[in-house]
Each structure stands twice: as structure tokens, then as C-alpha cells.
Design a protein around this ligand. Structure first.
Ligand code: HEC
Length: 91
């Protein structure tokens, strides 16, 4: 999921969320950091990260969708959702 060349999050998020450009103050190449900051919560799609990716989330309260360039295709968002619900393994 996080692999920069093959993972959905790696391909679409790491360009801005990495150890140098820590937008939103976290590094998506650092799995432990994301878990520690509650950006990803295994089994829980109310995490900040998933909510910003979900175009059906009506409660974003003015926060920008992620990635900043617009929502990912629903197919990819659903893959991320299943990954989170299946424990968000560090893969
Ligand atoms: C083009 C740059 C860019 C890309 C690509 C991008 N982000 Fe962001 N992200 C930002 C910026 C800038 C902020 C800080 C401003 C804000 O909170 O809206 C941010 C903030 C966030 C936050 C808020 C963190 C917090 O603690 O409030 C989350 C969650 C997030 N991004 C997730 C993602 C995810 C998931 C992806 C990929 C699907 C992604 N971002 C792709 C630029 C980007």
C-alpha cells in the first residue's frame, strides 16, 4: 500500500507526505509514525486519512480532500478501505 511505485498510498500521497515535505506534519513513508499519530487506525475508517479520501464523507468540515489534486477513483478508494478494515498491514 505504501510502496512508492506500486502502492495506492505510495503512488498518490508520498510525494507530499514524506520525510522532507511533511505536509500535515506526517511522513507516509514511516508506517509507525502514521499509526502513532492516528492518521491510520487499523480497522477504523473514521481515521483522518480515510475521511479525507472519501468523497461521500459529508463531515469534512471544510478540510481539503486528499490527494490535493482530487479524489482517487472509487475503485482505489475501496481498496484502501478494505485494507484498513483488514488491519492496515504495513505492506
Ligand atoms: C500535492 C500534495 C499533496 C498530496 C499528493 C497529498 N497531500 Fe495530504 N496534505 C497536503 C497538505 C499541504 C496538507 C496540509 C493542509 C491540510 O491539512 O489540508 C495535507 C494534509 C493531509 C492530512 C491531514 C493531517 C492532519 O493531521 O490533519 C491527511 C490525513 C492527508 N493529507 C492525507 C493524504 C492522503 C491519504 C493522500 C493520498 C491519497 C494525500 N494526503 C496526498 C498535501 C498533499
Amino acid at each position: 500500500m505504501m510502496n512508492p511505485s506500486t502502492g495506492i498510498l505510495g503512488k498518490n500521497c508520498v510525494a507530499c507526505h514524506n520525510s522532507r515535505d511533511r505536509n500535515g506534519n506526517y511522513d507516509m513513508t514511516n508506517y509507525e509514525d502514521m499509526i502513532a499519530k492516528g492518521v491510520i487506525i487499523p480497522g477504523d475508517v473514521t481515521s483522518k486519512m480515510y475521511r479525507r479520501m472519501d468523497k461521500n464523507d459529508a463531515n469534512l468540515e471544510g478540510l481539503t480532500s486528499m490527494p490535493l489534486t482530487g479524489y482517487l477513483p472509487s475503485l482505489e478508494v475501496n481498496i484502501v478501505k478494505s485494507w484498513i478494515l483488514n488491519g492496515a498491514k504495513n505492506d
